[in-house]
Design a binder for this molecule. Structure first.
Ligand SMILES: [Zn+2]
Length: 105
């Protein structure tokens, strides 16, 4: 689905790392910032964002690995800041921009 030439530097989760990636995102399910190190690069730069519908984005701000999937927003979702990203795509770019605008990042 993604156009590889216009991916803004984002890369998909390597298949071999899928389990570790998902395990990391099992933490802090109500928050944008996840307080565990990235299983791929070891830096504490993991984030998630639910769009309030069925869209879920999970990414590492350090190594720029990301995953966009379909998931209902959990009842526990209680993000640190409220944002309305413009021009959402499968990539986290618009979300990261919106989080920078509110000085969350
Ligand atoms: Zn990383």
């Amino acid at each position: 689905m993604d156009n590889k030439s216009e991916n803004d530097g984002w890369k998909g989760v390597p298949l071999v790392d899928t389990k570790a990636w998902q395990a990391s995102f099992a933490h802090d399910q109500s928050k944008i910032r996840i307080d565990v190190p990235c299983p791929l690069c070891g830096r504490s730069e993991l984030f998630r964002w639910h769009d309030g519908g069925r869209g879920l984005w999970q990414w590492c701000g350090a190594c720029m690995v990301y995953e966009h999937s379909t998931a209902l927003t959990p009842y526990s979702w209680d993000p640190e800041v409220s944002i309305k990203p413009l021009g959402l795509t499968a990539l986290p770019t618009a979300i990261v921009e919106a989080l920078r605008e509110v000085r969350f990042l």
